[in-house]
Ligand binder design. Sequence first.
Ligand code: SF4
Ligand code: SF4
Length: 133
Amino acid sequence: MKQVRLRHHHLVCMQNFVGKGYDENFVANMQRVIEDLRRPDTIAHLEIGCDDICSCCPNRDGALCRDETSVIGKDRSVALFLGIPERTDVDASAVLDRVKERMLELDDVRSLCGECDWADLCNERIIARRNGK
Ligand code: SF4
Ligand code: SF4
């Protein structure tokens, strides 16, 4: 059984991922993590803190994100929205399906994540999915 470490707001980022990111290494790692999460029997270990996506991010500084205060806010907001504890283990596929469904309720992803450079792109993805694309 594989375990993937995830901070909560990355559950949302993954839904909107279209192969873009901070650099090639980040994008390749993000793809790997998403593939791992979709494998049967994968457990997502959710915790507020740097995770398996942060591990290949140029914005990571040691054990923290350079913008740690802001991303902790995003994690807590997503944890509340999804009704998921701040530290827990969950079946990865099940939680991804749940997030996918809940995302369709959002009119603007900023209501969940606050300000983010990628928010417009994420909103486009949500609208496209709502329209069945
Ligand atoms: S707006 Fe930013 S934090 Fe929110 S899902 Fe998109 S990329 Fe992630
Ligand atoms: S280090 Fe920061 S910017 Fe990079 S993936 Fe982690 S939370 Fe996001």
